[in-house]
Write a protein that binds this ligand. Structure first.
Ligand SMILES: *Cc1c(COP(=O)(O)O)cnc(C)c1O
Length: 497
């Protein structure tokens, strides 16, 4: 299977090449030339397979240029007991008759990004071997908090790879920041940026497309790649857990053969929900995909009206990993839903760059609305949802999952849709202790984040995630803070160019 550009500005390439490049150098994103479809019986037949088996199965469908044996090795290394102590890898927790939480935060850094970023380094290493690249890969990451740490853990001390992470200094939680800044390893750099996530992401994307800068890197024996969800290698592993969730529902007789279900996803860059969309295209019986946003609700408006408009204030919320206005992966989705119409994609994305908005045609909008609904949750509603979930179900959720559940509840109230819904739970609550504790208890004296973790633990008795338990005692390794405009100079400095 080949990979093509959403903007029809690159020749078709292999999966290995697409993963190595990260994004299309001329702008645009790599997507599979077609999405493989599976028969119902073939999906049912996997009912009793392990998560690892499912991952091998799905990856094989998309990575035709990788050896099956290699894929198996990669999967077993990534999803080993040390990285994911839970045998199910992504357990399914029943909240009530209609609602199941898909727990995606059992990995080393306590967010769903680990599912992809524990695997991506192996994929990239293989891709480099396959394409006989004699250069050191420089992974540039823009993060709204969780990708940064997950990528650092995945790529730390991986031979032949350097990783540089940029994060918005004021735009991540204290714990997210400490997680990143305390990362060791010989090949890691972490840099705080004055600006928001969109600024970081746009600056990094520009660097990918900067021909002169890329030449300079090449001369010095380097090549850029990406660990953001613009890289196909980030999205692919995320398809697996939607299959795992569906098959678990079948196995437990929570759902009947042929019965449809919904998937709800707290959304930022549109990566996780895009993986859910691909799982639907491949054959999962999905009724609706529920796209949940926080107060940065560009996507809610888009799904309702067909107009994508980023001329609005950027809001800082208690779900910082979703504080995004420009959702990169929407481009991949629009490419699929328009039947690979690159002309439209180019037009819309030029309009977005020039005028900060675009509007899709009615036919496209109808297609989108047949499958997607968009809802958003206000800060107050998120806190209330965290509190209610804790009190009614004795279960603690983080603010991102809270956005998801609050949005799902609104959708249900409006539509009366009682199909079983799998809601992606994207982070461990301790990662956002302050917001979570404030939601379930009002009178708080603790100010220090680590006191808050202890207090939350005392109160709820939920075990502190291992990735956060000893964070306070770790040494800060990275101290750089720069202005957005100095990003290029910073990279030159780090790589001694
Ligand atoms: C990254 C992230 C999201 C948003 O996921 P996208 O794939 O960017 O839409 C939601 N919740 C958490 C906790 C995250 O880390």
């Amino acid at each position: 299977m080949n990979y093509i550009s959403t903007r029809d500005n690159h020749s078709p390439i292999s999966a290995a090449e697409a993963i190595k490049l990260g994004m299309v150098p001329e702008g645009g994103l790599f997507v599979p030339s077609h999405i493989p479809t599976l028969k119902e019986e073939d999906i049912f037949a996997k009912k009793n397979n392990s998560y690892q088996d499912l991952a091998v199965w799905i990856l094989n469908l998309f990575l035709k240029d990788f050896k099956s044996k290699t894929i198996k090795e990669i999967v077993n290394q990534a999803y080993c007991k040390n990285n994911f102590p839970s045998k199910q890898i992504t357990p399914l927790v029943r909240l009530n008759k209609y609602t199941y939480l898909l727990i995606l935060w059992k990995g080393p850094t306590a967010a769903f990004k680990d599912l992809a970023l524990q695997l991506l380094p192996y994929l990239l290493k293989q891709a480099v071997l396959k394409t006989a690249l004699n250069k050191e890969i420089v992974i540039l990451v823009a993060t709204s908090g969780d990708t940064g740490k997950a990528a650092l853990e995945g790529f730390k001390d991986v031979e032949g790879i350097r990783i540089i992470v940029f994060f918005p200094d004021q735009g991540v939680s204290k714990i997210q920041k400490d997680q990143m800044l305390t990362t060791g390893g010989q090949n890691t750099s972490v840099v705080a940026i004055q600006g928001n996530f969109d600024d970081c992401q746009s600056a990094v994307k520009e660097l990918f497309a900067d021909q002169d800068f890329n030449k300079l890197l090449k001369i010095n024996g380097y090549q850029f790649s990406s660990a953001n969800s613009i890289n196909w290698g980030r999205l692919l592993p995320q398809i697996v857990y939607y299959f795992a969730a569906y098959l678990k529902l079948l196995r437990n007789n929570n759902i009947k053969k042929g019965e449809n279900f919904n998937i709800a996803v707290p959304t930022g860059n549109f990566g996780n929900i895009l993986a859910a969309f691909y799982s639907y295209k491949m054959g999962l019986p999905v009724n609706k995909l529920i796209c949940a946003s926080n107060e940065n609700n560009v996507l809610t408006d888009f799904i309702k009206t067909g107009r994508y408009d980023i001329k609005r204030d950027f809001k800082k919320t208690i779900s910082p990993s979703m504080d995004i206005l420009i959702s990169s992966n929407l481009e991949r989705f629009l490419f699929e839903i328009t039947g690979h119409d690159s002309t439209k994609i180019k037009r819309w994305y030029h309009q977005l760059a020039d005028k900060k908005s675009f509007t899709v045609d009615q036919k496209t909008l109808t297609k989108i609305q047949n499958l997607f609904v968009g809802y958003y949750a206000k800060e107050k509603e998120v806190k209330k949802t965290i509190k209610n979930t804790y009190h009614y179900y004795d279960y603690l959720i983080d603010p991102h999952t809270g956005v998801g559940l609050s949005s799902l509840n609104k959708y249900r109230n409006n539509s009366g849709d009682l199909n079983i819904t799998v809601l992606a739970s994207t982070a461990n609550p301790y990662k956002f202790s302050k917001a979570v504790l404030h939601s379930i208890k009002k009178d708080l004296n603790e100010k220090n984040q680590y006191e808050l973790i202890d207090r939350l633990n005392e109160l709820t008795k939920m075990k502190v995630h291992r990735g956060l338990a000893d964070l306070e005692t770790k040494k800060i390794q990275h101290k750089k803070k720069i202005n957005l405009k100095d990003i290029k100079e910073e990279i030159k400095d780090i790589l001694s160019l």
